[in-house]
Design a protein around this ligand. Structure first.
Ligand code: ADP
Ligand code: MG
Length: 678
C-alpha cells in the first residue's frame, strides 16, 4: 500500500518507521464484531452487536433536539439515541429497514438504549476475530493503520529474542505467538483479559519491555564506568579546611556521610552520577559547596545550576560568602545579563579563570565552553526538563581531539524516588540521602483554614512580626492565565499593605526584572521587608531562616509536591513555624486528599509516596510533559512482580549471554539510548 506524505508524517508522529515499530504498535482495546446477540439479551454495561428492524424513528425536540429510534427482533427492543446527528445518520434508520447496530448498552429511561450507536445494513459478513483499535493520531484512520500493521506482520522478523529454556522458566509464550494474538485475537479470547492486559500474550510483551529497560540501564551503567572523568584529587586540604572554618555551624552526621560518599566518587576516574536527596531544609547547599571546593582545589572548574533565577542568585550569594574570601573566583551566568557582562563571563569560563560558575539554564547554552569542567551540580534537578539534563550531560564532552572526558555530576533534589521507580528508571544512579535535619529544628505546624476566615490571619501575622519574625504570603496559581495570576499578586499586595499598616510588605513575582527580584529578595533576607507577597517564584530553594509563617492562598489548586516545597520555606531556623493553607470550598476529592496529606505529615518521603499514589509515576517524574515515553505497556504499579523477574533475568543475561542482550535490545531500544543517560 502506498502512503501519501501526509500519512507518512502522521505515522512518524506515532513513532512508526520500520516494520519492527509497527509490530509493537499494539491495540488499546478491541471491538467484538464476531457475533450478533439477541436484542433481548443486551444488558446495560455490555458492548454488543445486534441486528433488527427499525420499528420507529423520529427527531424529538424536547428536552433537547435529538434523533431517537427503536430497533427490535423476536426477543426484545432497544432504543437508539443521537444527541448530535447528521441527516445521513437520520436516513440510516428509516422505519422498516433491517440494520446492524453496535455500541455500548446503558439503562435508559425507556429500558436499554445505546447512545451514538454505529449503524450499518444488516446481513454483512461477521468478523472472524476481535477487531483491534490502535492508538492513532488525527487524520489517520483505523483501517489504514490496520492494513499497514498487517503488512508489517508479514514481513517483519518475529523470531524470539529469548531462548526456549528461559521462556519456560519464566512462563512466557513465544514472541511471535504473543504479537499475533494481540493484533488478531482468536475468537475465543476474552476481550476483558486483553483489556486488562492480563492475557499471557500481554504478559510476554510487558516482560520483554521491562527486560529491555533493565538491560539498557545496566549497559548505560557499564558504559559510564568505562568512560573517563577527571580524577579530582587535591594536592592538599587547605581549601576544604578553610571552608569548614568559615561555616557558622557544624555539619550533621548525615551531611558528613554524604560528603564522604561524594568526595570518594570525585576521586575515581569515571563519571559520578549521583543523586543527593534530602528533605527540604536538610542542608544540601553546604554539601554542594564542599563538593565544589574539593573539585576546585583539584584544579577543575565547577558549574552549579538552579532552575530559577532567584534560587541561582541565592546560591551565588552563599558561594561568594563562603568561598570568595578563600580566593575562589566565582562567575555569574544567567539569561538576563547584558551582552557585555555575558561576554566577559563566557571569556572567564573559556579561559579557565572562572573556577566556579553559578547560574540558570543559560549555562547549558551551546556558546558556553568550559576550559576544564570537572563537576556539574544541578540543584532541584527534578525541575529541569529531560532535554536540559541531556544537554548538560553532554556539555563536558570536550572536543574531538581530546579523549572524551565526562564531568562528574551531582544532582540534588528534595523529591525522593520511590523504590519501584528507583529500580526501573534510575538504576544507573547512585543515591546519597541526608536523613537528618540540622539540630534545633521544630516541626512546622500546618493549619487548614477556610478562605472565609482569612481575616483571622491579620492578628497572627502582626504577632509574628512583633516577635521579629517574617512572613511569606503565597498567591494562588491561576492556570488559565499568567496575566491574571500577576494581577492577583498585585491586588493581594495592595490589600495586605492596607490591612497590615505599619509593616513593610513586599512583592515578588515572575514578571519583575531580575534586578528588581533580586532587590526584593535581598530586602527580605535582610529583614527590611517583613511580609513578602509572592507567586510560586519562591517555591523551591529559597532560604530565609528567620521566616516563620507561610500562608498559601487557594492551597487546593497546588499539587502535593509543590505544597511541600512551599511549606519548606519556613521551619529553617530554630523558631516554631506555622504554615496556613487557605482553601476555598467546595473541595474536589483529590484536593481534599492533598490537603489532608499536608495536614497529617511533614515527612517528605510520605508526601512523595502519597503524591505517587495520586498522580501515577509518569506525571510524578515529569516524563509526560517531555513527551518521551519510557514504558508503553508495563505499569510500575500493577507489574511490580514482573519488574523483579526482569531485573533478575537481566543480571543473568548480562553476565552470561551478551548475544541475547544484543538481540533483545535491538528489538526494543533502537534510538532510546540517549534518553536513559539523563
Ligand atoms: P535544602 O536541603 O532545602 O537545600 P539548605 O541547604 O537551604 O536546605 O539549608 C537550610 C538551612 O539550614 C540553611 O539556612 C542552612 O544554612 C542551614 N543549615 C544547613 N546545614 C546546617 C547544619 N549542619 N546546622 C545548622 N544549620 C544548617
Ligand atoms: Mg535547596
Amino acid at each position: 500500500m502506498a502512503t501519501s506524505s501526509a500519512t507518512e508524517r502522521r505515522l512518524q508522529r506515532l513513532g512508526l518507521h520500520t516494520p519492527q515499530d509497527y509490530i509493537v504498535h499494539l491495540p488499546l482495546r478491541y471491538e467484538d464484531e464476531t457475533q450478533l446477540v439477541p436484542i433481548g439479551s443486551a444488558q446495560p454495561g455490555q458492548s454488543v452487536q445486534v441486528e433488527g428492524a427499525v420499528l420507529h424513528s423520529e427527531v424529538q425536540l424536547r428536552p433537547r433536539r435529538q434523533l431517537v429510534a427503536v430497533v427490535g427482533d423476536d426477543t426484545g427492543r432497544l432504543s437508539l439515541r443521537w444527541l448530535h446527528f447528521y441527516p445521513s445518520q437520520q436516513k440510516q434508520v428509516f422505519k422498516g429497514r433491517l440494520v446492524r447496530v453496535r455500541g455500548e448498552v446503558r439503562a435508559g429511561f425507556n429500558g436499554p438504549e445505546i447512545v451514538h450507536p454505529r449503524v450499518a445494513a444488516a446481513g454483512g459478513a461477521l468478523a472472524a476475530a476481535l477487531t483491534p483499535v490502535y492508538p492513532t493520531t488525527e487524520g489517520l484512520s483505523q483501517p489504514t493503520l490496520r492494513k499497514l500493521i498487517d503488512r508489517a506482520l508479514e514481513s517483519a522478523d518475529l523470531s524470539d529474542t529469548l531462548p526456549d529454556d528461559i521462556r519456560d522458566r519464566f512462563g512466557l509464550v513465544p514472541f511471535a505467538q504473543a504479537i499475533r494474538a494481540l493484533h488478531h485475537p482468536p475468537a475465543n479470547v476474552s476481550a476483558a483479559d486483553l483489556l486488562e492486559r492480563e492475557h499471557p500474550a500481554w504478559r510476554r510483551i510487558k516482560f520483554d519491555e521491562l527486560l529491555a529497560q533493565q538491560l539498557s540501564l545496566a549497559r548505560a551503567r557499564a558504559q559510564r564506568l568505562s568512560q573517563r572523568a577527571p580524577l579530582l584529587k587535591p594536592q592538599n586540604t587547605l581549601l576544604l579546611k578553610a571552608l569548614h572554618a568559615r561555616l557558622p555551624f557544624a555539619l550533621t552526621a548525615a551531611q558528613r556521610r554524604v560528603v564522604d560518599e561524594i568526595l570518594a566518587d570525585l576521586q575515581r576516574a569515571h563519571p559520578m552520577h549521583r543523586l543527593l536527596q534530602g528533605d527540604v531544609g536538610s542542608g544540601k547547599t553546604v554539601v554542594a559547596a564542599i563538593a565544589a571546593a574539593h573539585a576546585i582545589a583539584a584544579g577543575a572548574q565547577v558549574a552549579i545550576m538552579a532552575p530559577t533565577e532567584i534560587l541561582a542568585e541565592q546560591h551565588l550569594h552563599k558561594m561568594v560568602d563562603w568561598l570568595a574570601p578563600l580566593g575562589v573566583n566565582t562567575v555569574w551566568l544567567t539569561g538576563s545579563l547584558t551582552q557585555k557582562t555575558r561576554r566577559d563571563a563566557s571569556q572567564a569560563i573559556q579561559s579557565g579563570q572562572a573556577q566556579l560558575v553559578v547560574g540558570t539554564q543559560a549555562l547549558i547554552q551551546d556558546k558556553v565552553a568550559f576550559a576544564n569542567l570537572g563537576l556539574i551540580i544541578l540543584d532541584e534537578q527534578h525541575r529541569f526538563g529531560v532535554g536540559q539534563r541531556l544537554a548538560l550531560s553532554k556539555k563536558g564532552e570536550l572536543g574531538p581531539d581530546t579523549d572524551t572526558v565526562i564531568p562528574h555530576q551531582l544532582n540534588m533534589s528534595a523529591t525522593p524516588i520511590p523504590r519501584t521507580l528507583a529500580m526501573t528508571f534510575f538504576a544507573d544512579l547512585d543515591v546519597s540521602v541526608i536523613d537528618e535535619l540540622p539540630p534545633g529544628r521544630q516541626q512546622v505546624v500546618t493549619k487548614l483554614l477556610a478562605d472565609t476566615r482569612r481575616h483571622e490571619l491579620t492578628a497572627h501575622i502582626g504577632a509574628e512580626v512583633a516577635r521579629g519574625r517574617q512572613v511569606y504570603w503565597v498567591c494562588p496559581l491561576v492556570e488559565e492565565s499568567e496575566a491574571l495570576q500577576l494581577q492577583t499578586a498585585v491586588d493581594t499586595h495592595q490589600q495586605l499593605s492596607e490591612i497590615l499598616a505599619g509593616m513593610a510588605v513586599g512583592l515578588v513575582h515572575g514578571r519583575m526584572k531580575p534586578a528588581e527580584k533580586a532587590q526584593v529578595m535581598d530586602d527580605f533576607r535582610a529583614g527590611r521587608i517583613q511580609v513578602l507577597v509572592a507567586t510560586t517564584v519562591i517555591e523551591v530553594g529559597v532560604d530565609v531562616p528567620n521566616a516563620s509563617l507561610m500562608v498559601i492562598e487557594h492551597a487546593e489548586r497546588f499539587g502535593l509536591a509543590q505544597l511541600h516545597q512551599l511549606r519548606g520555606r519556613v521551619g529553617r531556623g530554630s523558631a516554631q513555624s506555622v504554615c496556613v493553607l487557605l482553601y476555598q470550598n467546595p473541595l474536589s476529592a483529590i484536593a481534599r486528599q492533598r490537603l489532608r496529606a499536608m495536614y497529617e505529615t511533614t515527612d517528605g518521603f510520605e508526601i512523595a509516596r502519597r503524591d505517587l499514589d495520586l498522580r501515577g509515576p509518569g506525571e510524578f517524574l515529569g516524563v509526560r510533559q517531555s513527551g518521551a515515553q519510557i514504558l508503553r505497556f508495563a505499569s510500575l504499579e500493577t507489574d511490580a512482580a514482573l519488574v523483579e523477574q526482569a531485573q533478575q533475568l537481566a543480571a543473568e543475561l548480562l553476565a552470561a549471554q551478551p548475544e541475547t542482550v544484543d538481540r533483545h535490545l535491538g528489538r526494543w531500544m533502537r534510538g532510546k539510548q540517549d534518553f536513559l543517560r539523563t
